[in-house]
Design a protein around this ligand. Structure first.
Ligand SMILES: NC(=O)c1ccc[n+]([C@@H]2O[C@H](COP(=O)([O-])OP(=O)(O)OC[C@H]3O[C@@H](n4cnc5c(N)ncnc54)[C@H](O)[C@@H]3O)[C@@H](O)[C@H]2O)c1
Ligand SMILES: O=P(O)(O)OC[C@H](O)CO
Length: 331
């Protein structure tokens, strides 16, 4: 039985712990707050982040990073993207040098423009053969309810990706391997920004043509940035690209979509933020995605429009007018 650790007992960390337990692993789930750890171990649920889902007995929560790391072949990391660097700094001393480190996150670090795999490499000094990523159309509540879904496990070393595939595979969760770590991470980070835009369109009462346009042109922006960063263009047609974009933009369960819809209905950014109890990663990462685009000389007009709404108080209707008023182009 493989022993694994999941650092971060939020909604996705907890849902991933369920998948890993179903796949036959013994799972240590690290949580920051001792009272939540106690509640998880006594009620077998995570009342704050995944209420209603019963956790398998193979999942044990702990607030001690060393206890979580003990004997772990893989450490899955899952806090909000801007918290990773600080949190990993406290976990890393407890984690063995041969433990594979896997990001479950979908964001870009503000200021540095680093993807989560790059933050992991910088903080721990681990090489690419020890760093993986899981990304795909995986809304936590659906995964925890064991609805059939697929995802991508990426690592530059395909032997490691294949091991991660084995560790995560269940009758309901089907991971595919990929060596394109950057493409998978970009797909996940940028779709959050596009889901904010689609949510705004929904909130404004706009219809399916508008949303299909945002999703398709959003994927074009993602692919352009990916090409500039050395990603494999095929990744964006797969589960970590188009797949995740569709799930997030279409689902009322998506926090990014919900945040955008609240803005589209007329809430201010502060009001929309106050209405959230969980991470809507695109709200912060939109600025770092746009920053990355500028560094690579890539045009990302939808991401720019989202940053305008979130950071500069542009009204969603004005942002739509500006996008439609851009110079005509070719596909
Ligand atoms: N929820 C999903 O459906 C889903 C699916 C796939 C990927 N993701 C990605 O997973 C990441 C986390 O999302 P989530 O849904 O689990 O968020 P969440 O808001 O449900 O949970 C965030 C967790 O991070 C912890 N945390 C925050 N700051 C911390 C710090 N400084 N130190 C330690 N822990 C800290 C919180 O206590 C909480 O447990 C995001 O990048 C998100 O895009 C989420
Ligand atoms: O709820 P969201 O918007 O963070 O999206 C969750 C997952 O990333 C969907 O794959």
């Amino acid at each position: 039985m493989a022993r694994v650790a999941v650092y971060g007992a939020g909604s996705w960390g907890t849902a991933t712990a369920v998948v890993l337990a179903d796949a036959g692993c013994r799972v240590a789930l690290w949580g920051r707050r001792p009272e939540l750890v106690r509640a998880i171990n006594t009620t077998r649920t995570n009342p704050d982040y995944l209420p209603g889902s019963v956790l398998p007995h193979a999942v044990t929560a702990t607030a001690d990073p060393a206890e979580a790391a003990d004997g772990a072949e893989v450490a899955f990391l899952c806090v909000s993207a801007q918290q990773l660097r600080g949190a990993l700094g406290t976990w890393a001393p407890a984690i063995r040098d041969d433990t594979v480190l896997v990001s479950l996150m979908k964001g870009v670090e503000l200021g540095t423009g680093l993807l989560m795999s790059q933050v992991i490499a910088e903080v721990t000094g681990a090489g690419p053969e020890r760093i993986g990523v899981v990304s795909g159309p995986n809304l936590a509540r659906e995964i925890a309810a064991r609805q059939p879904a697929a995802s991508v496990v990426a690592c530059r070393d395909l032997t490691v990706a294949a091991r991660l595939q084995e560790i995560l595979r269940t009758p309901c969760f089907r991971p595919y391997t990929n060596a394109d770590v950057i493409g998978c991470e970009l797909g996940g980070a940028v779709k959050n920004v596009i889901a904010l835009a689609v949510g705004m369109a929904d909130g404004m009462g706009l219809g399916d043509n508008t949303k299909a346009t945002l999703m398709t042109r959003g994927l074009a922006e993602t692919s352009r940035l990916g090409a500039a960063m050395g990603a494999d263009p095929r990744t964006f047609a797969g589960l970590a690209g188009m797949g995740d974009l569709i799930a997030t933009c279409a689902s009322p369960l998506s926090r990014n979509h919900t945040f955008g819809a609240n803005l589209g209905r007329g809430m201010s950014v502060a009001e929309a933020a106050a209405a959230m109890t969980q991470t809507a990663e695109g709200v912060t990462s939109c600025a770092s995605v746009l920053d990355l685009a500028k560094r690579h000389g890539v045009e990302m007009p939808i991401a720019e429009a989202v940053v305008g709404v979130i950071r500069a108080g542009v009204r969603p209707r004005t942002a739509v007018k500006e996008l439609m008023g851009r110079a005509a182009g070719s596909e």
